[in-house]
Write a protein that binds this ligand. Structure first.
Ligand code: GLC
Length: 673
């Protein structure tokens, strides 16, 4: 059951797609606490959700703030990352209540989940105008399923977007892109996409191409497609302030940029230097901005990533000016004492994405002028919406790949998200495992992290271990920052055979992974989920944070500790373990329920088949479009001797005609080829 409670006059977010009557009864379970809400947790209550926030799958033990931030250090002390995912589930055990809460509010929301007081959960919104949805049901999985039902169907990418994507900030020319394609193809490694970071643009201006470095982008895109590779350019939120630039000119002429109090356009610097920010909260601005993507779709581009859309601000001209003046004053003092030195450091470290700058510009929402900070969390998601909605009209009936860094629940209908600027550390691999189910239960199904890590230098063992998990994430992208060690998979000579085998395993698994992805989208179900969603009465399963259920038949348990030669795994019931070195080379063993230490060398992947399940595999190919899905090999675990079956979804992967009954078929082992 879902109850909606309304407080004050909320600014519409369009997160919820159905209109539920407002309940006048008291809010169950929660106690009003000043301007917020309070819940006393039992020791074994679990709190799931809050999307991409740091820390565990169980969110207890920290305080968070929904405040979309360009935060490149995803360490445990951080309170906000790029997305505002204000949905959580309190999951009680042994007769204690379970319920879900969605706080539909576009400004900041503070959560204290046992941070101030170990057993007390409080949350509050920055203003008293919001809707609160309270969901009860048959446990965490049912509650999340109901939530998904009110926020609308998750975004579906083209099927080729479940292939591998290679990215790096620093591919500066057509030659660089061709070299990456060659690196993959010459080494016989599958690849479906190459991302183009800001270097493809002229002076980092959106919807332009640096024609010196990329003289014929249409030709390059065509050549890549011949090899089964799609080019995926980045689009940033800030529009270069340059009156020669068409996007800038049009935006200024039409008055589409966010304005300051005095009516002049708000300016802040990002990659292109000073930039303007489109008011994505206005439908006509979304439509205009979305149509700008045509500059690139006309060149054969069929996928994009939207970035810097919190929006990230490097500095505003006013703040920079006063920082430089203040620094000059301090500098004139000469021998600075400790306090002056820290003050000097602080002047520059507080220049970027300063909270006070978010209070200096305005949006137009339904004829009202609204200060940015009040709707800050809607900005990035609205950029995704601008692109997503308009690309549907630019390319009718055809899917376009789209994912974003910043998000607000609702934008899951228009694009996926990637998990931003992580770094090459084992802690971030573990974080990736925690984030996947958490963002997916908030509707973001097409999701993944930068495999191998974005910031800092990676290591060959981390690349391999991360890939062993990454092959299960719907968005599978290797991306790294400028200046870091080369990270394309073909760079790791000694690990290359293992990398090839694991990438091929991903390709072999695609019929299953895509089918489970589509089931999760079309049936408001789950792709990744915590063990306790399916084994709610198992107290041990409720504690597991480093194993995930994947679709109907699998559990994965990645090794995420450096130098480990295996790991402990908890099985809530008997499962068949597959220790896979490649599609054709694996050990299998039926294990009883309970704890097991399982060896798993570098280059091996542990997959667990649940009883009664059938896993279809195909022969790998160099890209998704070339997979032959008419012949399957099967792996199965029939605990009771009955043949296993698999309900499979299969469509053309390109058009938006998702709902045809013939997309579903039942596979049985008897059909083995
Ligand atoms: C941001 C993005 C990152 C990208 C970089 C340069 O940091 O998160 O993925 O490489 O900008 O565009």
């Amino acid at each position: 059951m879902i109850q909606r409670f309304s407080f004050g006059q909320m600014i519409p977010t369009e997160s919820v797609v159905c209109s539920l009557p407002v309940s006048e009864s008291p809010v169950p379970y929660l106690i009003q606490d000043g301007t917020g809400w309070r819940y006393e947790m039992a020791e074994d209550d679990i709190v799931y959700g809050l999307g991409e926030m740091v820390r565990g799958i169980n969110k207890r033990g920290w305080h968070y703030c929904a405040n979309n931030s360009d935060e490149p250090h995803h360490t445990e002390d951080k309170r906000s990352l790029y997305g505002a995912h204000n949905f959580f589930v309190v999951s009680g055990f042994g007769g204690r209540p379970s319920f879900g809460v969605f706080i539909d509010f576009a400004g900041q929301v503070e959560y204290d989940i046992g941070y101030t007081e170990h057993d007390v959960f409080t949350f509050r919104t920055a203003e008293p105008d919001y809707d609160l949805y309270l969901i009860t049901g048959d446990g965490a999985a049912d509650i999340c399923h109901q939530f998904r039902g009110i926020i609308g169907r998750s975004y579906i990418p083209p099927k080729w977007a479940v292939g591998l994507s290679q990215s790096r900030w620093g591919y500066k020319s057509e030659e660089d892109i061709r070299a990456v394609a060659k690196g993959y193809r010459d080494n016989d490694l599958p690849l479906d996409m190459i991302c183009m970071d800001i270097d493809y643009m002229a002076d980092f201006a959106d919807f332009t191409v640096n024609t010196k470095a990329f003289p014929d982008l249409a030709g390059l895109s065509g050549d890549m497609k011949q090899q089964g590779i799609h080019l995926i350019p980045i689009i940033d939120a800030g529009i270069r302030a340059d009156e020669q630039d068409e996007t800038c000119q049009e935006g200024l002429e039409k008055g589409y940029f966010c304005k300051k109090e005095d009516g002049t356009p708000f300016v802040a610097a990002v990659w292109p230097g000073e930039a303007y920010f489109a008011d994505f909260l206005r439908p006509e601005v979304r439509d205009w901005f979305g149509k700008r993507y045509k500059v690139l779709t006309d060149l054969g581009i069929d996928g994009f990533w939207n970035d810097m859309n919190e929006p990230s601000l490097f500095y505003t001209p006013d703040r920079l000016r006063s920082a430089v003046e203040r620094a000059a004053e301090l500098g004139a003092k000469g021998n600075l004492d400790m306090y002056d030195f820290f003050a000097l450091q602080q002047i520059f470290s507080s220049l970027s994405s300063n909270e006070d700058d978010y209070k200096t510009f305005y949006h137009q929402i339904n004829g009202q002028t609204v200060r940015h900070d009040r709707v800050h969390n809607l900005y990035g998601g609205s950029m995704t919406r601008a692109a997503g909605e308009t690309l549907q009209t630019l390319r009718p009936g055809t899917r376009t790949l789209l994912y974003s860094r910043s998000s607000y629940i609702g934008s899951h209908r228009y694009g996926g998200i990637w998990l931003g600027d992580n770094d090459s550390s084992w802690a971030q691999l573990r974080e990736n495992i925690h984030q996947m189910p958490s963002v997916q239960l908030c509707g973001y199904l097409y999701t993944g992290a930068d495999l191998g890590g974005f910031g800092a230098d990676t290591t060959p063992d981390l690349v391999l271990r991360w890939l062993e998990f990454g092959i299960f994430t719907p968005l599978m992208r290797n991306h790294s920052a400028m200046g870091t060690r080369d990270q394309e998979y073909y760079r790791f000579d000694k690990q290359l055979p293992a990398i090839r085998n694991i990438l091929n395993l991903r390709m072999a698994l695609i019929p299953y992974l895509y089918s489970e992805f589509m089931k999760a989208v079309l049936e408001d179900g789950f792709y990744f989920r915590p063990l306790a969603f399916d084994y709610p009465d198992d107290a041990m399963a409720r504690q597991v944070e480093d194993q995930l259920l994947l679709g109907e038949g699998l559990m994965v348990a990645p090794v995420c500790t450096q130098n480990a030669a295996g790991r402990y795994v908890y099985l809530p019931e008997s499962m068949k373990m597959l220790r896979m070195r490649s599609v054709d080379d694996f050990d299998e063993e039926i294990l009883p329920a309970g704890h097991h230490y399982l060896p798993c060398a570098l280059g091996e992947v542990l997959i667990f088949l649940r009883p009664g399940h059938l896993l279809p595999l195909v022969r790998p190919a160099r890209c998704v479009a070339e997979l032959d899905e008419s012949h399957f090999n099967f792996l199965s675990y029939s605990a009771d001797g009955n043949p296993c079956t698999y309900r499979m979804y299969h469509d053309d992967g390109l058009t938006t005609d998702y709902l045809r009954p013939e997309h579903w078929q039942t596979l049985t082992e008897a059909a083995k080829v």
